[in-house]
Design a protein around this ligand. Structure first.
Ligand code: FAD
Length: 352
């Protein structure tokens, strides 16, 4: 087998019977990350088609307490490594442990949430196991006869879809951005099997992961969880434009976000980018200000309930996708909205 590959170290994991659709359960800020739980709905579909089980990988220190949650969201078997040496998240340590679990228990597929950590961890594992990985997949198709798992994602534009088959190596790996798949139904009291695994030796910890958002604004709601988003694009003309958007967002109890052009211009950080190479959001209200409505942007707001567009150009494509549209210069429109909202607040407070 190794003859097929440039050197023996390159030989991927191939021998033996591979079964089980696994999800890496990221524990973040004292809970299993929603992005991981959402993957369990897709894992269940694939597992049912292939008549196999859904596995959950739970690693860290004092993480056994999350086992019940995982079962209730649909995990059949938990692969648990609870080890004091894993108290701090180091991508190379965690990557090593997940790889060891894969070597031992041979899953057919491993899905990882496309969070900040997941995006770092998934390629680390894929490299250890010499298997393929599809980043930001949006769909999965399964061939029951061959047991091929095809991962599907838009490549360089939302008008095409790439169907990616891992030619050799297992597990088939994919990362999925938050909110691409729905949360599975929670069934209280649902139980499964816990498989405890011990890792004798661990590699030296590499660099520590520090989430800059923890340092900057611990309290702010991430855009993928926000119910109201006021989003700005190149049409704002400058970073200053976001100040007006912030004021509007605050009055509506929401957060600000932006298009890729706004991010590229340095007006807003990348973690707030909406779209194909940013985040998928699902707010009740999405206000797009000075955003033209490119396919890659629309991809990120397809789950938004109500879209309001404010644009100076009445032919901007965003209007075709909006529930409500306001044609005008945002510098004139937004102050009017802010003023009206303030009036509504005052009269609501007066009638209390
Ligand atoms: C592989 C790939 C991935 C991509 N991923 C993403 C992604 O994740 N997210 C994303 O957003 N884009 C993404 N893009 C870029 C995308 O194609 C567009 O270029 C981008 O979305 C355009 O941003 P925009 O709407 O802010 O700017 P523009 O397209 O320049 O639109 C600016 C809009 O502002 C309006 N405007 C101007 N002045 C005013 C004013 N005073 N008041 C009101 N309106 C005004 C204009 O009429 C115009 O409609 C990606 C592109 C590629 C190729």
């Amino acid at each position: 087998m190794s003859g097929k590959f440039p050197c023996s170290e390159w030989a991927p994991l191939m021998d033996g019977e591979f079964r089980g659709i696994w999800v890496y359960l990221e524990v973040y800020r004292g809970e299993i990350h929603e992005a991981s739980l959402q993957l369990l709905s897709k894992a269940r579909e694939i597992a049912d088609e292939l008549e196999t089980y859904v596995g959950g990988v739970l690693i860290g220190y004092q993480v056994e307490k999350y086992v019940d949650t995982a079962f209730e969201y649909g995990v059949d078997k938990i692969f648990l490594v609870d080890d004091e040496r894993l108290e701090t998240y180091y991508p190379n340590l965690y990557g090593y442990v997940v790889s060891e679990l894969c070597r031992e228990y041979k899953p057919e597929a491993l899905l990882v949430g496309g969070t900040m950590r997941g995006r770092e961890l998934a390629p680390n594992i894929a490299n250890n196991l010499k298997t393929g990985i599809t980043a930001d997949l949006t769909m999965v198709s399964v061939d029951k006869e061959t047991r091929d798992i095809i991962l599907i994602r838009p490549p360089f534009g939302a008008y095409m879809l790439a169907h990616i088959k891992t030619r050799w190596g297992k597990p088939v790996m994919g990362s999925v951005r938050p909110n691409v798949f729905p949360m599975p139904e929670r069934i209280p009291g649902r139980k499964g099997e816990v498989i405890k695994f011990e890792v004798k030796e661990l590699p030296e910890p590499g660099m520590e992961f520090i989430d800059a958002r923890d340092i900057v604004k611990a309290e702010e709601i991430p855009i993928e969880k926000a119910r109201v988003i006021v989003s700005g694009g190149k049409g704002l003309g400058s970073k200053e434009g976001f100040k007006l958007l912030e004021e509007l967002a605050e009055l509506l109890g929401g957060v600000i976000a932006g298009s890729r052009k706004a991010v590229d211009a340095g007006w807003i950080p990348h973690e707030k980018q909406v779209g194909q190479t940013g985040k998928t959001v699902k707010p009740d209200l999405y206000i797009a200000v000075g955003i033209s409505g490119a396919a890659q942007h629309l991809f990120g707001i397809r789950e938004a309930k109500i879209i309001v567009a404010i644009n100076i150009d009445r032919d901007a494509p965003i209007f075709e996708n909006a529930d409500y549209g306001i044609v005008g210069d945002y510098k004139e429109v937004i102050p009017i909205l802010i003023e009206e909202l303030k009036k509504m607040k005052v009269s609501a407070e007066a009638s209390e």
